[in-house]
Design a binder for this molecule. Structure first.
Ligand SMILES: Nc1ncnc2c1ncn2[C@@H]1O[C@H](COP(=O)(O)OP(=O)(O)O)[C@@H](O)[C@H]1O
Ligand SMILES: [Mg+2]
Length: 261
């Protein structure tokens, strides 16, 4: 958590204010004891983590570790089997997915999930379905085009006919069209050529530098940790390591297990 000045401190910090010159604010997203199960299979086994406002945090781990199940539970696409998820101090564990969007959480799902029979522009408009500020929506579509000029060139093309990289750009653009307070990204680099990964991560970094709070799930641990401030390592449904991204990048266990050394 980042230290905050007393001026921006919330009332519940008052006891800390009395005893410390550092003022800590509650994280934007706080996950406690989260569990996800598929029938008898426990995919997520009581994990704890948080993401502070404006932070980019990586969740890394091998295939099958439970990363997607975690994101799906956060986005309420799956019911948690236990635990609590608080967003901006409010329990969101029992909301339905569209309420989550209005609360300010947007998921870019694994496999992108664009609407294949809709054009790029229509997909972007779908991302803004919870908004009614038409002029602002048009302006945001132009903003997405400035992030991803490739999408502008193909504005009237059906999304299903685009390359994987272009669909990933569109999926990110569509998520941003809801003007979220927090972005959940599930494996944005998966299956893409290095040049596409580079272009997409350039935009992820720009969006983060503009203040977007981001939880970045990746199998590409090096890329994720180089892009994030902090990270968590997930193994078999549990978080086994966490810390500053630079420290995780230097950690021998991480290097051996995830950086191919
Ligand atoms: N729909 C499902 N039904 C049953 N088991 C599932 C389902 N989805 C995922 N799992 C299992 O849950 C575990 C975690 O999967 P997942 O969250 O997709 O991991 P990751 O995203 O880290 O690769 C794996 O053992 C996987 O086989
Ligand atoms: Mg996954």
């Amino acid at each position: 958590m980042a230290p905050k000045s007393a001026r921006t401190c919330r009332p519940w910090c008052s006891t800390i204010r009395a005893s410390s010159k550092h003022i800590w604010e509650a994280p934007l997203l706080e996950v406690t004891g989260l569990r996800v199960a598929y029938g008898g299979i426990q995919a997520v086994r009581g994990i704890n983590f948080h993401v502070a406002e404006g932070e980019m945090v990586a969740l890394i781990g091998a295939n099958g570790a439970g990363k997607t199940s975690t994101l799906k539970a956060l986005a309420r696409l799956l019911d948690a089997a236990g635990g609590s998820v608080r967003f901006r101090g409010k329990e969101i564990t029992n909301l339905v997915p569209h309420e989550l969007v209005t609360q300010g959480i947007a998921l870019v799902p694994e496999g992108r999930g664009v609407f294949p029979r809709m054009t790029i522009v229509e997909n972007l408009q779908m991302g803004a379905y919870c908004r009614s500020d038409q002029a602002e929506i048009e302006a945001d579509i132009e903003r997405m085009f400035s992030y991803f000029p490739r999408l502008k060139e193909r504005a009237r093309q059906l999304a299903g006919t685009m390359s994987g990289g272009e669909q990933q750009m569109l999926a990110i653009g569509r998520a941003l069209m809801s003007r979220p307070k927090m972005l959940l990204l599930d494996e944005p680099s998966m299956g893409l050529a290095p040049i596409m990964v580079q272009k997409i991560f350039e935009v992820i970094r720009i969006v983060a530098s503009e203040g977007m709070t981001t939880l970045l799930v990746e199998q590409n641990a090096k890329l994720a940790l180089e892009t994030s401030q902090r990270g968590y390592v997930m193994e078999s449904g549990e978080i086994t390591l966490s810390g500053e991204a630079s420290a995780l990048l230097a950690d021998p266990k991480v290097r051996a297990a995830y950086l191919g050394e």
